[in-house]
Design a protein around this ligand. Structure first.
Ligand code: CA
Length: 279
């Protein structure tokens, strides 16, 4: 078991915001990030490999844009014109419990659940949809400028990506931008930030068209780690239909990540393992 921690305490506390980064591990056989955490002021990003603990079925017709695990329920937002949906799914069976199709002229993007509302971005239309749970009733359609890509929240703010290296922190009701965060890797802008998940004070982001998930310190935008999904991607893309990795959810009960991709056949429950030196 492992716990990703950016800060001193556990997840979703606003005061975690001021602390630094890295990953804590309760399993002595794998990682110990406390040691790393107290080293240099700007330590090199950690390269994380993954250990797959479980796989679950994923609809191979789902162009995944947002993945959320909330109160032991899986929710997914999908994209593409004519294929965009929000769904509630049974993680174990992959069965669709509830689904709502978007209008064919919008392209669904990232989603998050805040205050029992499912909030979903769209790509270029500027529309932001706010649905009630558990019934998916449309409560409100709002707008934002620019493209919508990934979405998560830290209880205080919604956090969205737009394909650039900059994340926006927004008022969760009005969507007004309260602050922005420029994300860097070794001092350079890290663009193509896509699907997001807030995990224990860290922001996790798929990097579009790459094999990596970035672990981002929200206090300074620095990438403190990269999760290497290459082995999973290679396994998944044997089918020939799977596209890029996209989709990160936090399985709080198991203290593990759930990850998937566009048109993938599986969702993977993973643990992070620090890559041995020299690899
Ligand atoms: Ca997510």
């Amino acid at each position: 078991m492992f716990v990703i921690v950016c800060g001193q305490a556990s997840s979703y506390a606003a005061d975690n915001y001021v602390a630094s980064h890295y990953v804590q591990n309760n399993n002595a056989s794998s990682i110990n990030c406390n040691k790393v955490n107290t080293a240099a002021a700007k330590p090199a990003p950690i390269n994380w490999q993954v250990k797959v603990h479980n796989t679950y079925p994923h609809r191979s017709n789902a162009f995944t844009q947002g993945l959320i695990y909330h109160q032991e329920q899986l929710f997914e937002s999908t994209g593409h014109y004519g294929q965009s949906t929000i769904s509630q799914l049974d993680l174990n069976t992959g069965e669709t419990i509830k689904q709502l199709a978007l209008n064919k002229n919008v392209f669904g993007e990232g989603a998050t659940i805040w205050n029992q509302q499912l909030i979903q971005l769209t790509w270029k239309s500027g529309n932001v949809y706010r649905y009630s749970l558990p019934d998916f009733s449309l409560l409100q359609t709002q707008t934002l400028s620019g493209e919508g890509w990934g979405l998560t929240h830290n209880n205080q703010f919604l956090i969205n990506s737009n394909g650039s290296a900059q994340l926006s922190f927004r008022d969760p009701i009005s969507l007004a931008v309260e602050s922005t965060l420029n994300v860097t890797y070794l001092g350079r802008p890290l663009k193509n930030l896509n699907e997001l998940e807030w995990v224990n004070g860290c922001i996790l982001a798929n990097i579009w068209q790459s094999q990596y998930i970035a672990i981002i310190d929200p206090t300074n935008g620095q990438t403190t780690g990269l999760i290497d999904l290459s082995r999973i991607i290679a396994h998944e893309q044997k089918t020939g239909t799977s596209e890029v990795a996209n989709g990160i959810a936090w399985h709080a009960k198991n203290q593990r990540l759930l990850i998937t991709g566009k048109y993938w056949q599986r969702i993977y429950e993973i643990e992070l393992i620090q890559k041995p030196a020299g690899q």
